[in-house]
Design a protein around this ligand. Sequence first.
Ligand code: C5P
Length: 276
Amino acid sequence: MIVELAPAKLNLALHVRARRADGYHELETLFAFVADGDQVTLAPAERESFVVTGPFASSLAQSDDNLVTRAARLFAETVAPVGPLAITLDKRLPVASGIGGGSADAAATLRALARMSGVAHDDPRLVAAAERLGSDVPACLLGLTARGGGRGERLDPVAGLAGTPVLLVNPLVAVSTAAVFARWDGIDRGPLPAGNAAQVAAAGRNDLTVPAKLVAPVIGEVIDVLDGLGGARLVRMSGSGATCFALFDTTADRAAGRARLSAAYPGWWCLETALT
Ligand code: C5P
């Protein structure tokens, strides 16, 4: 049996540069990961099965079209043969929420199958499978703080910020990534800044914040509330939302922020974690 964590992905900054002819957008982003995530468990079995457990299991259809089962099929087709598998996805993080979710689950599935089959993490066939599964899957496969270009698949690791205390907050509104990109206004607001992760995060933006607020206005409230907590070094939306993050200098500041937030907004999902 192989157990693989699917760490949540954050976009510490996300600059949208252009609409492409293929329907995707040209991005410059800073990917980072936190210490918590969903969990994928794989075991060889007599016949195939796929079960979703955990607090957010009900948000996912237990269908064959899940990114986890798609990743397993693609691995078997393009990387190495695998027999029938019993797969369990423990869905601990909100779905359609800008922190990787399905992409992290797919990448964890690829990592688990690579381990099971003795395939290297950076095997080009594994990376190609990741690219086919979704724009964020290559970054999640790598799992390191990295600048991302193209659709997000051109990756360049950068140092910094490991251990930074983070608060993740989601108002429990699912947001469609395609719907948010469709509302981007087409204005290139400039490249991702140069520097280490802290410098890029501090000087960067998330260009999807405005279009995401059009899709889900509550995102504006989440950002205002996190800003109003005080003590956060940086507050920003991740990906296409609705999850927003606050970076803190100390775990005590993070705990104080969480306590205030949970008291005022008990219906919002909130997780105390740290960048890895
Ligand atoms: O690649 P993925 O399937 O995760 O992307 C979901 C949707 O988000 C795409 O169908 C596209 O509408 C939008 N997208 C985009 N530009 C990107 C990444 C995603 O327009 N760089």
